[in-house]
Design a protein around this ligand. Structure first.
Ligand code: M6R
Length: 624
């Protein structure tokens, strides 16, 4: 939540910062701002001729409420020249969505500027420590931090930052600049991500690596409690005890092209269509057909340790948590290991039963979700094996787990997760196979699963070609106010995900239930004004699902069915049918989710929603 960008080097900073903000807009889009160190003529000597007047550095700031485009319009009206600058896109936490609350915040009459991602929990207490003459212009915790740094400033910006941060309770990723040090940025991190990209005589700073992909692939990831002093030619990192820290330079294997719309109207549609390709990236080189098994080396466990595992816990939030419910089915069926799925925000506040024979997977696209991170730390404290299934390279969850796998979905920028979900499912299937082959399933079963996995990309392409048909169905149903998504077995989590997608981007109320539960209460909702989306592909629960939908039909709810090609029976039950290719039951979510993504997408577009940036949400939920 909230994205920060910084640049220091030889190029004009403003265009780089603005472009960076566009890449980070998924982290928040309530308001945005930029500040650049600009060289101006001394205004107090305006009477002198321009050529003789001295020039001085001043911080110039532009802010705008609304999405990044609004900032773009404001930037078009001013000249913002300078090669050092900072920028921020905000998801409001403290204080309303106003220009005053928009970052960068300034202190010392505009001499110091700061952007901040995170929450300063004790900002009220810190406010009391500020000199009486300080007048706060916003309601934010971040502005208090800017003034606190200014209060400690005695000529050394990094020392002032360190002194101020020593008083702070909470989380932060910050970038600070000061007029007296025109070629310096000071950055610091505690709980909110910060990446520094390294160019030739220039550095890029951002909340994640996507803004810098166009310029460099070499990055360092700051760890909690680190502060760095950055000039165009140097980067020096310290811990909060002011000791020097040596950082490793890491290489990001994402491409700038992956972070673009590639001709699609928006990121969500592009990312839905990315799925056949990125699914291959997820599984490539990670299995061996002749041995009927998978090898995810990052697990970092010996065969003996794997055999010892008698319980697996998946922790995740939102869409990632629905993906883990599929992981549970796969792991229990293939490996016979009991699996618990826990929403991270609940896991961290109960007393989970975990020991050294428990394997905990933290599953996250961003790798920064605050609740998932806190839950994995709790599991580590309790002595479990903790591994990550993560998309964002170098993210906090990836760094804090003792192994795991990247899902290789590439940058996912639409707030609604699509391709990351699919690749999470793919990776969990591979883990289930790896454990399964070690524990109980035969070579033949392993081979069958891998062969079926190989066919998935082609089948995904077939499904994506149904986009126009799904659009027509979406147009027919777009004005309903309530939806039910029903599935059974492995398709119940698919129903949950379909329902989540629809409400998230179209704002239509919808719920998902295991179809067998309907009689226990939810049948009361059935009526001609409450359509039902039934996931009824042909698996072991197909007949039961048909009976459930008969009951829905009898209560006159319109039915949209997702069925396998060739299924004639379903036509009698449903008003509209989407036919898709068949696959093995365990792999069905890899296909069945795609039509639901398209249905949500077309409904949202038809209703005029901003699908990439739905209201009140941000992609990366870095606060509790
Ligand atoms: O980055 P994560 O996978 O940890 O994010 C978890 C959820 O916040 C996320 O899946 C959210 O529900 C998405 N907006 C769903 O589309």
């Amino acid at each position: 939540m909230c994205g920060i960008v910084g640049y220091i080097g030889k190029k004009q900073a403003a265009p780089i910062l603005f472009r960076g903000l566009r890449r980070l807009e998924y982290r928040g889009y309530d308001s945005a701002g930029v500040a650049v160190m600009s060289l101006e003529h001394d205004s107090t000597r305006a009477h002198e001729h321009e050529s003789t007047r001295e020039r001085e550095h001043v911080i110039k700031r532009v802010r705008a409420v609304g999405k990044i485009d609004e900032l773009g319009k404001s930037l078009d009206k001013v000249e913002l020249f300078g090669t050092v600058g900072i920028a921020h896109t905000r998801w409001a936490t403290h204080g309303g969505v106003t220009e005053e609350n928009t970052h960068p915040h300034i202190a010392m009459d505009g001499k110091l500027a700061l952007v901040h991602n995170g929450i300063i929990e004790n900002y009220r207490e810190l406010r009391e420590r500020l000199p009486a003459e300080v007048v706060l212009t916003s309601e934010t915790d971040s502005e208090v931090l800017a003034h606190l740094i200014a209060t400690y400033y005695e000529g050394d910006l990094r020392i002032a930052v360190e002194k101020a941060l020593a008083c702070v309770r909470g989380t932060y990723g910050i970038v600070v600049m000061h007029q007296d040090h025109p070629n310096l940025l000071v950055v610091a991190r505690m709980g909110s991500p910060l990446v520094v990209g390294m160019g030739e005589g220039e550095y890029y700073i951002a909340s994640d690596a996507t803004p810098m992909l166009a310029y460099t692939k070499k990055c360092i990831f700051l760890d909690d409690g680190e502060v760095a002093e950055i000039t165009p030619d140097s980067l020096d990192t310290y811990n909060l005890k002011d000791e020097s820290v040596i950082k490793c330079v890491e290489e990001i294997d994402w491409d700038e092209a992956q972070a673009q719309k590639a001709g699609y109207e928006n990121f969500m549609l592009k990312e839905i269509h990315d799925q056949p390709l990125v699914f291959q990236d997820a599984i490539r080189g990670r299995y061996n057909l002749s041995e009927g098994t998978s090898y995810l080396g990052g697990l970092n466990m010996t065969a003996e340790e794997m055999r010892r595992i008698n319980r697996i816990v998946f922790i995740a939030c939102g869409t990632a948590s629905y993906a883990t419910m599929i992981g549970k089915y796969a792991m229990e069926r293939l490996a016979g290991i009991p699996v618990e799925v826990d929403v991270a925000s609940e896991f961290r506040y109960r007393d989970p039963i975990i020991d050294e024979n428990t394997l905990v997977f933290a599953v996250s696209q961003s790798g920064e979700t605050a609740d998932t991170l806190a839950a994995l730390r709790e599991a580590k404290r309790k002595g479990a094996f903790v591994r990550g299934i993560v998309n964002s390279v170098g993210s906090t969850i990836a760094r804090e787990t003792e192994g795991g796998s990247y899902i290789h979905a590439g940058p996912e920028l639409a707030v609604a997760s699509t391709k990351a979900y699919t690749n999470m499912v793919a990776i969990m299937l591979l883990y289930a196979l790896q454990f399964g082959r070690l524990k109980r399933i035969t070579l033949a079963t392993g081979e069958r699963l891998l062969n079926a996995l190989d066919e998935i990309p082609e089948k995904m392409k077939q499904i994506l070609s149904l986009s126009d048909q799904i659009k027509e169905i979406a147009l027919k149903y777009k004005d309903y106010h309530d939806f039910l998504f029903l599935g059974r077995g492995i398709n119940f989590p698919v129903a949950l995900e379909g329902s989540h997608k629809l409400k998230e981007i179209s704002y239509i109320h919808s719920e998902a239930y295991p179809a067998g539960e309907m009689k226990h209460g939810v049948n009361a909702l059935l009526s001609p004004t409450c359509p039902v989306f039934a996931i009824m592909t042909k698996n072991q629960l197909y007949d039961k699902m048909c009976s459930n939908i008969e009951e829905v039909k009898a209560r006159k709810s319109p039915v949209i069915a997702l069925a396998n090609i060739g299924d004639e029976r379903v036509k009698e039950l449903a008003d509209d049918v989407i036919y898709i290719p068949k696959t093995m039951e365990l792999l069905e979510p890899l296909l069945n989710t795609l039509p639901l993504q398209l249905f949500a997408y077309h409904t949202a577009v038809a209703l005029g929603r901003d699908v990439d940036r739905p209201r009140n949400l941000a992609k990366s939920v870095t606060v509790e």
